[in-house]
Design a protein around this ligand. Structure first.
Ligand code: S3P
Length: 458
């Protein structure tokens, strides 16, 4: 088990470039793998989660050529030659690791194939509910077999000729919406998903990017079956969910300023910026659009933060940022309330319980509710030993908390950070140096042939 030791914040880098967006990287690999030619993906996130998706597409006939590696981060540019939407049966189980996005979105793709495939995952993924995708995919005609009432992994999916459906999501979930839209690409006619609350729309945007026609009517999103994604190069922006950690560190540091370079600014993901502005931070961003996703530099000026209430329709937009927003709440004046966030209980771990437990260890009073928590802000944080429960966002949120605490904070089980942010420790080190010098230049290099074959073997 790896541990990460964090000390009080010493310096502030002027700028940071975070690695690629996790949600977009998964989708780019899936659509490229189902496309009619070769797609070059740049800015790819080479985290364990996204590499599971790449390996899955490779196991089902896509050809992956690694192109460039970023020092300290990994493979950031690759060419994927698609097998077309009808994939090849994999020779063994597909390992989805810790990745809910891999298993749920692939479920939609597998539902439309001519074979049976099994998906497995780590201990955390194997406890997460897959019934939410199994139910609609079974309605469309696929056979989905999992473990127990929650239909957990290992998940066996037998594809079949699918029937288009109209389905109202029982929970706000972009993963479930995406699984149904992906399956809809294999069903003759129009498949419609109605979402009660808007969730991230990366699947819709990437469908447009790959020439797959879909339409939106209010909160109903429809796709027509029988379309073949057209291979189109894509540049993935930096992940706002990774930038969030440094944004909160800056927002809670009066007099400090940081620029996050090239961050994804899709409005279904920028809720964190709105919440931090509400709490008193000054944040400016400049926006451009490329590969169908808005992006830009975000400048955060720190100040004294005030408590806020986070709930309702805002929740899906900040769902992955709630652990770090809870830390922001602890650093703010007043009591911050997070509500309507029951979904946090079925993430990589029960994030309500994990955040409450670890904040308490650092000296913060937290009242836990079934759908959220109230954080009593303004206490002096003390260094503590943090349990990550193998959840990357718990590990990183508490590394930031550690920078505001007296004494040392020890993050036990920090290896899970690699599921979404390779290079996090190097970026964290920029805040712990006493000289505060410029950030090191990371070298981008072509992947030599022998490394390319090693990467392919995993
Ligand atoms: C994701 C959707 C969200 C999010 C996850 C990534 C996606 O999950 O928490 O990290 O890429 O579609 P849900 O759709 O289950 O809320």
């Amino acid at each position: 088990m790896a541990t990460l030791k964090v000390r009080k914040l010493k310096s502030f880098p002027a700028e940071i470039s975070v690695p690629g967006d996790k949600s977009i990287s998964h989708r780019a690999a899936m659509f490229a793998g189902m496309a009619d030619g070769t797609t070059v993906i740049e800015g790819f996130l080479p985290s364990e989660d996204c590499l599971c998706t790449v390996k899955a597409m490779e196991a089902m006939g896509a050809v992956v050529e690694p192109l460039e590696e970023l020092e300290g981060v990994g493979l950031v540019k690759m060419a994927i030659t698609g097998h077309g939407p009808k994939l090849k049966a994999p020779s063994g189980p597909i390992d989805c690791g810790n990745s809910g996005t891999t298993i749920r979105l692939l479920s939609g793709i597998l539902a439309g194939q001519d074979f049976t495939a099994e998906m497995i995952g780590d201990a955390s993924l194997s406890k997460r509910p897959m019934k939410r995708v199994a139910d609609p995919l079974a309605l469309m005609g696929a056979k989905v077999e999992g473990q127990g009432e929650k239909i957990c992994a290992p998940l066996r999916i037998t594809g079949s000729p699918l029937t288009a459906i109209t389905y109202t999501l029982p929970m706000a979930s972009a993963q479930v919406k995406s699984a149904i839209l992906l399956a809809g690409m294999f069903a003759p006619g129009k498949t419609t998903v109605i979402e009660p609350v808007a969730t991230r729309n990366h699947t819709e945007r990437i469908m447009s990017h790959f020439g797959v026609k879909w339409l939106r009517d209010g909160n109903a999103i429809s796709v027509y079956g029988g379309q073949v994604p057209r291979a189109t190069d894509i540049v993935v922006p930096g992940d706002i969910s990774s930038a969030a950690f440094w944004m909160v560190a800056a927002a809670a540091s009066p007099g400090q300023q940081i620029t996050l370079k090239n961050v994804g600014l899709n409005p279904t993901r920028t809720g964190l910026i709105n919440v931090l502005i509400r709490m008193g931070a000054q944040i400016n961003s400049s926006e451009t659009d490329s590969s169908g996703e808005p992006r830009g530099n975000v400048v955060v000026h720190g100040g004294e933060l005030n408590a806020t209430v986070i709930g309702g329709a805002e929740i899906p937009n900040v769902i992955d940022e709630l652990p770090i927003l809870a830390v922001a709440g602890a650093l703010a004046r007043g009591n911050t309330l997070i509500k309507d966030a029951r979904e946090l209980r079925v993430k990589e771990t029960d994030r309500i319980a994990a955040v409450a437990e670890n904040l308490r260890r650092m000296g913060v009073t937290v009242i836990e509710y079934e759908d959220g928590m109230e954080i009593i802000g303004g206490a002096k944080l003390t260094g503590a030993t943090i349990t990550t429960y193998h959840d990357h966002r718990i590990a990183m949120a508490f590394a930031i908390a550690g920078m505001f605490a007296e004494g040392e904070t020890i993050i036990e089980g920090s290896e899970c950070i690699n599921t979404s942010y390779p290079g996090f420790e190097l970026d964290l080190a920029l805040f712990q140096k006493s000289d505060g010098g410029p950030p090191p230049i990371r070298v981008l290099s072509r992947v030599p042939r022998d490394v390319a074959s090693r990467l392919r073997e995993g």
